[in-house]
Design a protein around this ligand. Structure first.
Ligand SMILES: Nc1ncnc2c1ncn2[C@@H]1O[C@H](COP(=O)(O)OP(=O)(O)O)[C@@H](O)[C@H]1O
Ligand code: SF4
Ligand SMILES: [Mg+2]
Length: 336
């Protein structure tokens, strides 16, 4: 098996609250590896810490504790020039297609901008690369002369993809990249991501609150809730046999377009709001909304354990309460 290209070890990202009296534990002890060429999905409700985690992976946020290794190296152990160079291989695309586009810059100038900042090669070379990437993301050459206000959301997101491709990244964190787009063009953009992955050998960290999107593109999925992972495993297995009640609740909340095999057998309706990450519940963080919570769930934090090969979960009653007992997994694997 190849070495992980991203390795996250007990990562914590904490922020002071505005009055500085308390701490927002946005990411609070998360560990996982991403292998080269895979699409690793991270799913969870708004406020679970997904964007904070994604930003930490591309060095936009420094860990409060724990570590993110990129290509086996802790980037913060490097001299600053080397850190800048290494960071280039790890790019991020945001939900808001306007976030990275300057309204006063033409499309071609915007695509070329990351290369201009690095300052490699001649301006003509950089323009040629920008032009190539513009066409590679499915836009005609004349789009290069346009300005952001003349483009649709989908076209802008294509420009954002072209921008990051110019620096030849190996990993792209895609943070809700289709969430702001019309449903009708989401599939086109997801297909573009898939094509580019094959062509450039890219690795994706695909962050979304939409299970339909993540199951469409991911090989493995992590389910995040209030700063922690609840469950991690192969996308298909997580969707078909969730071990954690929170995963089951997310599956239950999906409107019909999921394939029938992925629709929840036991529906769990999520009640109420996600609690505050400033003061998360004791024991299991999901216990205030979990229909199966018992006394032990408040007193003991469930361990993060490998319940079946490649399937990690944090729940005292993993599998039992979702109707997919772990013993059944073991038996299935033993037979196979
Ligand atoms: N810079 C920040 N300062 C304080 N709190 C923050 C900051 N960034 C994020 N948070 C808080 O951290 C939690 C997780 O946020 P975020 O990572 O954006 O979650 P998600 O992307 O899953 O919606 C939220 O409660 C959010 O308000
Ligand atoms: S540990 Fe308890 S509260 Fe947490 S998900 Fe499992 S059953 Fe629910
Ligand atoms: Mg977010």
């Amino acid at each position: 098996m190849s070495a992980p290209i991203v390795s996250v070890q007990d990562l914590r990202i904490h922020f002071p609250t505005q009055d500085r009296r308390e701490t927002v534990k946005a990411v609070d002890g998360v560990s996982f590896d991403v292998l080269p060429g895979e699409t690793f999905g991270i799913i969870g409700e708004s406020g679970s810490g997904k964007s904070t985690l994604g930003r930490a992976v591309v060095c936009l946020l420094k860990p409060t504790a724990g570590q993110v290794k990129l290509g086996g190296i802790d980037p913060y152990s490097l001299p600053s020039a080397e850190l800048r160079r290494r960071r280039r291989a790890f790019q991020i695309i945001f939900q808001d297609p306007n976030a990275a586009l300057n309204p006063r810059m033409s499309v071609l100038d915007s695509i070329r901008e990351p290369l201009d900042i690095i300052g490699e090669g001649s301006r003509a070379d950089r323009s040629r690369i920008a032009q190539e990437m513009l066409e590679r993301v499915g836009l005609r050459p004349e789009f290069g002369l346009r300005y952001p206000h003349e483009l649709s959301g989908g076209q802008k997101q294509r420009i954002n993809i072209a921008r990051v491709l110019t620096v030849r990244p190996s990993v792209i964190v895609c943070d809700e990249v289709v969430a702001a787009l019309d449903v009708s063009i989401r599939a086109d953009i997801l297909n573009l991501f898939a094509e580019l992955q094959r062509e450039f050998g890219l690795t994706y960290l695909f962050i979304t609150h939409d299970l339909g999107v993540v199951s469409h593109v991911s090989s493995r999925i992590a389910v995040m809730y209030l700063g922690k992972f609840m469950e991690l495993g192969p996308a298909e297995e997580i969707a078909e046999r969730p071990l954690h009640p929170y995963t089951q609740a997310l599956l239950s909340a999906e409107p019909i377009p999921l394939p029938s095999s992925m629709r929840a057998t036991r529906r769990i309706i999520l009640q109420g709001e996600i609690p505050s990450p400033t003061n998360p519940p004791s024991g299991c963080r999901f216990r205030t909304r979990c229909p199966f919570a018992q006394a032990v769930c408040a007193s003991e934090m469930p361990a993060w354990r490998e319940a079946a090969p490649g399937r990690f979960v944090a729940c005292h009653f993993a599998g039992e309460v979702t109707g997919h007992p772990i013993d059944a997994h073991k038996t299935k694997e033993a037979i196979a």
